[in-house]
Design a protein around this ligand. Structure first.
Ligand code: MG
Length: 368
């Protein structure tokens, strides 16, 4: 399948409410959408590293430039027949996983559409229905948080994830556990702590958490291994796992007992699948995270979440959770309590809505 053209879009999607975490506050999500044309088909990918380099060292405008100037030109005119081949063509560029991810995901959608198959079936998914959880950011008050958790319980979510940071930590969790003693909960620290906080993490063992997500620095493995040796609650790595190599080292070091896989964080679906398989062979269960993408990015995440070693409800959300209107259509909707179902249409089964893409556009480029 010869790649004829690649269009790159840098967009800003306004959120219904500001999203507040340990790394900062966003009132819109800046994302990169990639449209790849090959043969008679088009495929869409999305990579959402956020506006500023606060979640990782990558950021939306930086990803746009790397894709436009360095990565996309490598693919034009190439007959790409596998994700591995595509990754090989991009491998001369060091790092820049989010940038590579946008292109890799667009290729997978293009490939699945050219085969006339839903992406989730093409990658070996078991069943189209996927368990999903609720994710609650740092809120203005404990009362507001408890009301929000109440809503997730009424809606039947199988687990809740709470953002956790200095000042919104043990007191918050103690109030939540008092009111909701039996709910499956985990916390996401987004790298806000260091090993000097080890006594706080030992104390977290009392709260019966499913896991502690990314407690220490975004690029660390070694200290996470030390922390895991000292606490009973499983550590889950998110930010630290940017590649198959990092996943292998994390497993060898025993730095975590869970891995959160985000296709765009690890350079695309090709690498996400490899990490999934590596973890499965090592007996390390996974689940799928998200970056508040539009339905395009979430549809890719959904395809990954149909795989057998995804063993915890994923961070895939109905579009209405964060957006008044999703940039893409059809929107992501719940298909049951705590459940979203992958499409039976070819590829990811969704595309940006042309008018909304224009409305939210910051910059675009065509590489042919
Ligand atoms: Mg996380």
């Amino acid at each position: 399948m010869k790649i004829r053209s690649i269009k790159v879009y840098h967009v800003a999607m306004p959120l219904k409410n500001a999203w507040c975490t340990a790394y900062g506050e966003d009132d819109c999500i800046e994302s990169i959408l990639v449209c790849m044309t090959g043969g008679e088909n088009q495929g869409w990918g999305e990579s959402s590293p956020l506006r500023a380099p606060t979640y990782s060292s990558e950021w939306a405008r930086g990803v746009f430039i790397i894709v436009r100037d360095w990565l996309a030109p490598q693919l034009i005119g190439q007959d790409v027949t596998s994700g591995k081949q595509l990754q090989g063509l991009l491998s001369w560029v060091k790092g820049n996983y989010f940038a590579k991810g946008g292109l890799d995901l667009a290729w997978w959608d293009l490939y699945a559409r050219s085969q006339g198959k839903p992406l989730w079936k093409l990658v070996g998914g078991r069943t189209s229905a996927v368990d999903v959880g609720a994710d609650i950011g740092v809120m203005e008050s404990l009362d507001a948080l408890l009301v929000e958790i109440d809503k997730t319980q009424e809606a039947g979510f199988k687990r809740i994830k709470l953002k956790y940071r200095p000042g919104w930590d043990l007191n918050m969790l103690s109030a939540v556990r008092e009111k909701f003693p039996d709910v499956i909960i985990h916390v996401d620290c987004n790298g806000a702590y260091t090993l000097s906080d080890i006594s706080m993490f030992r104390h977290l063992d009392c709260y019966d958490l499913a896991m502690i997500e990314q407690p220490l620095a975004h690029d660390d493995l070694f200290d996470h291994a030390k922390l895991q040796q000292n606490i009973h609650t499983p550590v889950c790595l998110d930010e630290s796992i940017v590649s198959l190599e990092k996943a292998r080292k994390a497993i060898e070091l025993k730095a975590c007992r869970w891995v959160n896989i985000k296709p765009c964080r690890v350079g695309g679906l090709t690498n996400a699948l490899a990490i999934h398989d590596l973890c499965q062979d090592a007996g390390v269960p996974c689940w799928v995270g998200g970056m508040l993408e539009s339905a395009v990015g979430q549809a890719h995440n959904l395809a990954l979440a149909t795989l057998p070693n995804i063993r915890y409800p994923s961070d895939i959300f109905p579009s209405s959770r964060f957006y008044r209107h999703d940039l893409a259509e059809p929107e992501i909707v719940l298909s049951g309590p705590s459940q979203i179902t992958a499409t039976d249409e070819p590829g990811i089964g969704c595309e940006p809505h042309p008018e909304r893409l224009q409305r939210h556009l910051i910059e675009m480029a065509v590489i042919e």
